[in-house]
Design a protein. Structure first.
Length: 195
């Protein structure tokens, strides 16, 4: 914990920092809570910039700590309150990064617990499956749904990813607002670092 810092930002493939150590990236639709999860995970209020308006994170943002781990906040895909041109550029960058990053150890694909997997998520899952990059679904905003609905969403999501080759079978349920699931996320990350 502690000592997390902004390292760099990139809005093109050429601007990526050289791959060092191990990277874990957070991907997901706009507004799903990627930046908020980085803050909750690192115990920082404003390390990553968040907003209620979709389209806040507009570059790949690299955060480094004391460990060999780099956390990567990503622009969202799907709807964003910005131009189509920007969304297209981000989507391309996201796919290029996910496909080609040599030190990418896992991708947490964030899914809003209220909405579940959407068709816009499929393209990213497909890219990760084809590149054989292991990804794990993280349900976000669990505080917004009742326990029974959450249970249904977990079962339904597990079923949907069950035949996807690079999907990690276990889901992680989180709420950045309430701190739910941060212990599980941290131990998952510790395991990845130990591999
Ligand atoms: P982009 O950068 O635009 O793609 O969004 P993002 O995925 O980084 O989402 P961000 O962290 O900026 O959060 C979007 C909105 O969701 C903000 O209004 C957050 O306060 C809210 N939010 C994030 N996490 C939670 C959560 O666990 N529970 C609830 N209720 N709201 C959350
Ligand atoms: Mg963001």
């Amino acid at each position: 914990a502690g000592a997390w810092d902004f390292r760099s930002a990139a809005n093109t493939l050429e601007a990526l920092p050289p791959p060092e150590g191990i990277e874990i990236a957070l991907a997901g639709r706009s507004n799903v809570g990627k930046s908020s999860l980085i803050n909750a995970l690192t115990n920082r209020n404003a390390l990553a910039r968040t907003s209620h308006t979709p389209g806040r994170t507009q570059e790949l943002i690299f955060f480094t700590g004391k460990t060999p781990l780099t956390l990567v906040d990503m622009p969202g895909y799907g709807y964003a309150a910005v131009s189509d041109k920007k969304v297209k550029a981000w989507t391309r960058l996201i796919h290029d990064y996910l496909r080609g990053r040599v030190n990418l150890a896992r991708v947490f694909v964030l899914i809003d617990a209220r909405h579940g997997l959407k068709t816009t998520d499929d393209a990213v899952l497909k890219t990760l499956d084809q590149a054989a990059v292991v990804y794990q679904i993280v349900l976000t905003k669990a505080d917004e749904v009742k326990a029974a609905e959450l249970e249904r969403r977990v079962a339904e999501t597990k079923e949907k990813i069950s035949r996807r080759p690079a999907a990690f079978p276990e889901l992680i349920v989180t709420s950045s607002r309430e701190g739910t699931g941060m212990d599980v996320l941290r131990s998952t990350i510790a395991q990845i670092l130990a591999e």
